[in-house]
Design a binder for this molecule. Sequence first.
Ligand SMILES: Cc1cc2nc3c(=O)[nH]c(=O)nc-3n(C[C@H](O)[C@H](O)[C@H](O)COP(=O)(O)OP(=O)(O)OC[C@H]3O[C@@H](n4cnc5c(N)ncnc54)[C@H](O)[C@@H]3O)c2cc1C
Length: 384
Amino acid sequence: MRISKRSPFDYAIIGAGISGACMAYHLNKLGKSVIVLEKDKIASGGSGAAGAFLSPKLASNSLYTSFINSSFEFSIKFYKENFSKFLKINGILRILKSQDDIDKCKLYEDVLPKNFTYLRADDIEIVKKDVSNFGGYFFKDGAIIDGVGVIKEMLKGIDVVNPLHVESFDYINGYYEIGDIKAKGIVFCAGNAQDFKQLEYLGLKNIYGHRIDVKTATMLPFHLHKSCSVSASHDGLVHIGATHIPNYRYDKSRDYDTEISKMIELAKSYLKFDGFEVKKVNFGARNSSLDFFPVLGQIIDVKKTLEKYPYIKKGSKVPKEKYIYYPNLFVHSGLGARGFVLAPTTSKILAEHICTHSNILKRLDTQRLFIKFAKKTKIGSTHS
Ligand SMILES: Cc1cc2nc3c(=O)[nH]c(=O)nc-3n(C[C@H](O)[C@H](O)[C@H](O)COP(=O)(O)OP(=O)(O)OC[C@H]3O[C@@H](n4cnc5c(N)ncnc54)[C@H](O)[C@@H]3O)c2cc1C
């Protein structure tokens, strides 16, 4: 725990993962005083478990693909300029599975970030022959970031209180009070936690996964991705990672050892490892919205909005400016499988919105998830 400045702060940020760290970083840069509240250790959620690969999306042209790919380019620049010692740019190889994949990917080339080349099977000898048949796309800027290291570095000089499990807060005379801590606003960056009823309408879901740290003499010069990712070798280690378990809650009875073995077998089916010793297994969850776009913006007071405009439940349209919002209560979440790619961009968008009221793209903001929830919830019904 450290507090250098006394309350009140401009913003209390709940959660010290990549979302909270980037949020604190950008708000701080824009002159706001912030305090980060974390229930456990810094980066103890999904961010600490992640392989933290920074790779572009290889898919057809859509708003989602172009948003991911522009965020990928921004994140590489952001980490390079500000946190270069945590970044390893070895390039990332996306292995193709079939001739169909090759044909499709040719059509995607227009939306891919710069600096990529198509490599034929002969050019990627390190990958097993039966897997590399169809070659792959090599992105020169593909990287991994040391997730825990970069989060700790971003939070240097920022007040952090941990362990502090925030379960409730009061709003009194224009300030949120969390125990002794007072702040004018709160930003929820709590990842997969479902502690807060104010966020229920966003419908965020968790997917679990593993990062397996393996000691091997195999020297892999670049990161590679097929159904799971394997990092380039460093200090005699490679990381194997994927989020692959779509149960929304941690299930004690589930056989996670089998899931880990499956991931190891998958990696071994691509690469011939010279020695293979599992040093550490990290387990964590990341959360996504129903449409997979991140979620950022001010939080709607669902009850008050539906009491004022009950006909929203029947499908009538009300301009989003008329919704009733909790004062100065924001969320930055739903970063999905690409939290380290997206957070530098999305936290900057939200910080600018908070400080200058700049617009948030409709596909990212909290309002888009409200109507669907409003139609099925009992909140705001006469009998609720
Ligand atoms: C196995 C795995 C592999 C992944 N691989 C990649 C990858 O290769 N590339 C990539 O970009 N992304 C990857 N991701 C996704 C990425 O890790 C997530 O998108 C990102 O970490 C989400 O960050 P976050 O800060 O929102 O959540 P978290 O990292 O989960 O942080 C939330 C924090 O909030 C704290 N908290 C929660 N509730 C409270 C409360 N009530 N009070 C106080 N504190 C609270 C938690 O303890 C936690 O520290 C992976 C994820 C996993 C699980």
